[in-house]
Design a protein around this ligand. Structure first.
Ligand code: ADP
Length: 228
């Protein structure tokens, strides 16, 4: 952790696609266990910011420091290893592996980290249970609802006990009731494990779930609490 108590810090992030500036000098900071909502209109740069923070996209300029390490200075292999062990991901459409059962999907990140099948599946079952979807453990993603799929995706994101969960519109494809349930489950489960959450969302009631909100407009982030 840095002297400021931040787990992940970004300074002066810039990213341009062709002539489109996606990020135009963004600062960001998140502390351990903090839930930060990233709001803003479509095309404002939210997903680009999230992908840069998670080490998926390399910014053209700026620095990202995670737990005292400069993300941009790591090799691709070091960044992927970090993503597998320290970061969890939830996307808009779950993005589960269609050929695997829900249980196998949740166990997958542990298996990739070298955990034995039995242990991985036991932990996966615990998380499916925690997210109220134990009964669909043996179903494949094509046989379950969107809301169930997102619960499975949250279980998969948390099974490795990551220090940060990156969630990109996790309720964007759900109706409002399911959206609220999924948002509750995600933020509660993250709080239980003390994972920080970077949450890109349009959810209107996001203040109820987050500690802090920032808005991104035209690639520029504004911290509503003025704390970055
Ligand atoms: P948001 O998540 O707020 O909708 P994005 O970060 O997806 O915004 O996009 C910000 C801007 O960058 C948009 O103008 C978008 O068209 C552009 N952009 C994002 N990703 C790419 C890409 N891979 N190639 C080209 N342009 C991109």
């Amino acid at each position: 952790m840095s002297a400021t108590g931040a787990l992940l810090t970004a300074e002066g992030l810039r990213k341009t696609y062709g002539r489109t500036p996606a990020l135009d000098g963004v600062d960001f900071r998140i502390r351990p266990g903090e839930v930060v909502a990233v709001m803003g209109p479509s095309g404002s740069g939210k997903s680009t910011l999230l992908h840069c923070l998670a080490g998926i996209v390399t910014p053209d300029a700026g620095t990202i420091t995670y737990d005292g390490r400069q993300l941009t200075a790591l090799t691709d292999a070091e960044r992927s290893a970090l993503r597998r062990t320290d970061f969890g991901f939830v996307f808009q459409f779950g993005q589960l592996v269609p050929e695997l059962t829900c249980l196998e999907n949740v166990a997958l990140p542990l298996r990739l980290n070298g955990v034995r099948r039995k242990t991985a599946e036991r932990q996966a079952r615990h998380w499916l249970d925690r997210l109220d979807v134990a009964k669909i453990a043996d179903h494949r993603p094509g046989e379950i609802s969107g809301g169930q799929g997102q619960r499975v995706a949250i279980a998969r994101a948390l099974v490795t006990t990551p220090r940060i969960v990156f969630a990109d519109e996790p309720t964007g494809a759900l109706d409002s009731l399911n959206g609220e349930r999924v948002m509750n489950l995600l933020t509660e489960a993250a709080r239980d494990t003390r994972a920080a959450v970077v949450l890109v969302t349009h959810e209107a009631r996001v203040a109820a779930y987050s500690d802090r909100e920032i808005t991104v407009r035209d690639g520029i982030a504004r911290d509503l609490a003025g704390a970055t």
